[in-house]
Design a protein around this ligand. Structure first.
Ligand code: GDP
Length: 295
């Protein structure tokens, strides 16, 4: 990660500083410059960077540094807390319906990792004692249906398919089926496209209206940086989403999407994809991500 040395760099900027007590604007200027550069290099949204720097500055300047901390530690602590807050503060869980089944609709662009994530999420929930049913509603890419069936076989989780039938019908029938099979979670893998278009949105809106999902989770590829943030903003404005699953965080050298997406869209990251394997999906913890970023 670009950030890996940020904590070290911050330490460096405070080397010259002898005294304790309050920090002046001059004292923290270099440190703030380092933070700003690291964030911009990480492809964090410009406005998000600006707001964040202002907040860190407000908290760092003119405040008494705790006896037990060096000025560097003091500022690192503030940066850590502000990065955590930026990503939502605490872990955001998915809503579980009081009357099963809980219906989770996965949406996103092609290649983001939606189908793989359907399998990973089903696996994670199964390990938590749930009884998921996966639903193949991506009818335009025949390989997607097969891909989900293979995942289901490997994970020993049932998959509901109706071939190329209308996705709205598939989703509706799948929920009926879940009730009959006493499956308490329904995970719908919807169609993706290369780009957002009206046809896709209309289809997703029809599914949403018909099955009234408890959670609409957008799957986005963190490697695409600010594009991921723009995609999330569009889906949230057009369709309305309840949270984000950020995939490929294992390969993301910059972390910009993780840092900006909550601030820009208002929607929290609920899970992070950390690899291609089926157990590589983790609940997203803003504080752990902030610590990982600071290094
Ligand atoms: P979809 O078109 O959105 O359904 O995408 P797929 O589920 O087919 O995934 C596209 C590619 O991304 C596949 O090669 C997956 O193995 C890969 N992938 C998905 N999630 C992750 C992840 O968290 N980390 C890594 N490294 N690869 C992932």
């Amino acid at each position: 990660m670009v950030f890996e040395s940020l904590a070290d760099k911050l330490q460096q900027t405070f080397k010259k500083l002898r005294g304790r007590g309050k920090l002046s604007e001059d004292d923290v200027a270099d440190a703030l410059k380092e933070v700003r550069m690291a964030l911009l290099e990480a492809d964090v949204n410009f406005k998000v960077v600006k707001d964040l720097i202002a907040k860190i500055k407000e908290r760092a300047v003119g405040q008494e540094v705790l006896e037990s901390l060096t000025p560097a530690q003091h500022v690192i602590k503030i940066v850590n807390e502000e990065l955590t807050a930026l990503m939502g503060g605490t872990q955001s869980r998915i809503a579980i319906a009081s009357r099963p089944p809980t219906v989770i609709m996965l949406v996103g662009l092609q290649g983001a990792g939606k189908t793989t994530t359907a399998g990973k999420l089903a696996h994670l929930l199964k390990r938590q004692g749930k009884r998921p049913l996966m639903v193949a509603a991506d009818i335009y890419r025949p390989a997607a249906i097969k891909q989900l069936e293979v995942l289901g076989e490997n994970l020993e989780i049932p998959v509901f398919t109706m071939g190329q039938e209308n996705p709205v019908t598939i989703a509706k029938k799948a929920v009926d089926q879940a009730l009959m099979m006493a499956r308490d979670i329904v995970i719908i893998d919807t169609a993706g496209r290369l780009h957002i278009n009206e046809e896709l949105m209309n289809e997703l809106k029809s599914i949403k209206q018909t099955v009234k999902p408890h959670e609409i989770l957008l799957v986005v590829d963190s490697m695409t940086g600010q594009d991921a943030v723009n995609v999330a903003e569009s889906f949230n404005n057009d369709l309305g989403i309840d949270g984000i699953i950020l995939t490929k965080l294992d390969g993301d050298a910059r972390g910009g999407a993780a840092l900006s997406i909550k601030a820009v869209t208002g929607q929290p990251i609920k899970f992070a994809g950390m690899g291609e394997k089926l157990d590589a999906l983790e609940p997203f913890h803003p504080d752990r991500m902030a610590s990982r970023i600071l290094g």
